[in-house]
Design a protein around this ligand. Structure first.
Ligand code: HSE
Length: 311
């Protein structure tokens, strides 16, 4: 046995209003930690410890997001027989819309890669982390995993081939993310979505996505404000989140550039031009849940640039 390596993978906000399954950004906190170490008395990968999951996460490698991600990487690099144990320390809730399973998958592949002295680049780890996350909700999309692993705001042009691109972040941009303590599983939030999108919706949504990219490149916050609009998914999913409309109104009234569902929800995010506005926006959002006697947590963060890191 040796002391091993410890890594941290941050939470992420997927979709970013108009970019269902194709946009996501990372925030500084919360996040998950994974420790990996060699263990010569075992053969293959084992999960030796899980904390912070209230007994809800399986130890079986093939059923655990981090386990699947780590195992697929180990098989790819021909190290599947190596005795390695991992500890998973969940520091963020599941079913929160904060990319919890993606953070575990990103942390797992990074920890294994570091333990084995970096056979792959960070970017090359992405497919293995996405395979891990797929085990949580059954679909292959990188809008949480890519920012959690690589940091920044990530655009995924095409999920199957992981054609992923980092977008610039305008100076000062801050996120307020409120997690109300109600659980929505990603699978359930995907099941409510209609397969049908009208041509009119398609035109509006693609216009918003294109404008969002231009706004980020030009640091144009007025355009960003107009682009942070989701005419397809938010109207269908917002009914799953209690008081969504009031929370969104509160954020916009406090000067947020935009506000929408974080990933599959129930967390709600807002983007603001600086940290002070983001704090006021976050408090206003949280006040709505407090008045409704729903417990919530607030995270205020710049866009995290590093993604998963050794710690
Ligand atoms: N794009 C995904 C969704 C993110 O909204 O369903 C959650 O995994």
């Amino acid at each position: 046995m040796n002391s091993g390596v410890k890594v941290f993978a941050p939470a992420s906000v997927a979709n970013v209003a108009c970019g269902f399954d194709i946009l996501g950004f990372a925030i500084d906190k919360p996040g998950d930690e994974i420790i990996a170490r060699f263990n010569n008395s075992i053969s293959g990968l084992q999960i030796s410890k899980i904390t912070g999951a209230k007994g809800k996460l399986p130890y079986a490698i093939e059923k655990n997001t981090a386990g699947v991600a780590a195992q697929s990487l180990l098989e790819h690099i021909g190290e599947a027989e190596r005795g390695i144990e991992i500890e998973i320390h969940k520091k963020m809730p599941f079913g929160s819309g904060l990319g919890s399973s993606a953070a575990s998958a990103a942390a797992a592949v990074m920890a294994i890669n570091e333990l084995l002295r970096r056979p792959l680049s960070k970017r090359e780890l992405l497919p293995f982390a996405v395979i891990g996350e797929q085990c949580a909700d059954g679909s292959y999309h990188a809008d949480n995993v890519a920012p959690s692993l690589l940091g920044g705001i990530q655009l995924i042009r095409h999920n199957p081939s992981l054609d992923v691109h980092r977008l610039p972040v305008p100076k000062g941009l801050y996120a307020s993310v409120v997690y109300p303590h109600v659980q929505i599983l990603t699978k359930d939030a995907r099941d409510v979505l209609s397969d049908v999108v009208t041509l009119e919706q398609c035109i509006q949504q693609t216009g918003n996505i294109a404008a969002l990219v231009v706004a980020l490149y030009n640091g144009d916050l007025d355009l960003l404000q107009r682009a942070l609009e989701d005419v397809i998914v938010e109207p269908q999913r917002s009914k799953l989140i209690p008081h969504f409309a009031e929370v969104k109104d509160a954020a916009l009234n406090q000067g947020a550039l935009g506000c929408s569902i974080s990933g599959a929800g129930p967390s709600i995010f807002a983007l603001s031009q600086n940290s002070l506005v983001a704090e006021n926006v976050g408090i206003a959002m949280q006040n709505i849940f407090q008045a409704a006697k729903i417990e919530s947590q607030l995270f205020i963060s710049p866009i995290n640039q590093e993604g998963t890191i050794l710690c």
